[in-house]
Design a binder for this molecule. Structure first.
Ligand code: FPP
Length: 243
């Protein structure tokens, strides 16, 4: 763990909720003539150090995009490898998350994952449900459009049943239907590896988030990189449409 790189004093403006599109594992591996799976394995190490660093900095919520609803298009072998890494991560790191009072969350329809993975996730969620510390949300089989469709369907069903006035549906009503409803507002969204798109991640929640695209490949993103991102956030002027 790169503890030395974790800043001791909290920066003046700390984002409450940081989300990361962890991209570039494959390119990291290719640059070293390694199989893609090794890139994902190195990516888990980055997950470990960045989640520790986020906690040390006092960030209230960290959301990581680990598997998108579009990732099913990858070869079965790669998907299987990602499932194995997820299981390993839960097996190795759950005790630390429990000890550190972390509230583990999953965004997305993880119930489509293999049965043993679902069972492990359910157990991890149950064991952290009473925690009161920082939130670690992992997006698994998550897609923002599907999340918004589900919200629209739920509100429409209530309206059709006469329990909700359609004209009373406002931004707060939609917010309340989203999987992030009890997370702090998204302040900073980071994507690694130089790509500059949101790839169906937290589309609604990103409405007023600061976006930061960095060239660093995910396995190289560490505590220092997070500190630099937070510092960059602190230099941004957020106007929310005002002057
Ligand atoms: C993107 O890199 C990364 C992913 C699709 C998976 C992210 C998963 C991990 C970091 C490991 C598992 C996570 C946890 C929480 C245990 P890419 O493969 O698209 O890279 P490329 O664009 O360079 O090919």
């Amino acid at each position: 763990m790169a503890t030395a790189a974790i800043p001791q004093a909290a920066p003046a403006v700390l984002p409450r909720h940081v989300a990361i599109i962890m991209d570039g594992n494959g390119r990291w591996a290719a640059a070293r003539r390694l199989p893609r799976a090794m890139g994902h394995r190195a990516g888990v190490e980055a997950v470990r150090s960045v989640t520790r660093a986020a906690r040390a900095m006092g960030i209230e919520a960290l959301t990581l995009y680990a598997f998108s609803s579009e990732n099913w298009r990858r070869p079965a072998e790669e998907i299987g490898g990602l499932m194995k890494l997820l299981k390993l991560f839960i097996r190795n790191d759950l005790a630390e998350l429990v000890r550190e009072d972390v509230r583990l969350r999953v965004l997305g329809d993880y119930r489509r994952f293999p049965e043993d993975v679902v069972a492990l996730i359910d157990d991890a969620l149950a064991r952290t449900v009473d925690n009161r510390g920082p939130i670690l949300a992992i997006a698994l089989n998550y897609g923002a459009q599907a999340e918004l469709v589900a919200a629209a369907q739920s509100l429409a069903a209530r309206a059709a049943a006469g329990a909700l006035d359609p004209m009373a549906i406002d931004a707060e009503a939609i917010d309340a239907e989203l999987e992030t409803h009890d997370l702090p507002p998204l302040d900073l969204l980071i994507r690694t590896s130089g790509e500059q798109r949101l790839s169906n991640f937290l589309l609604w929640q990103a409405a007023y988030a600061e976006l930061l695209f960095v060239d660093t490949l995910w396995p190289d993103f560490d505590a220092e990189a997070l500190a630099a991102a937070v510092e960059a956030f602190g230099r941004r002027q957020r106007r929310y449409g005002g002057l």
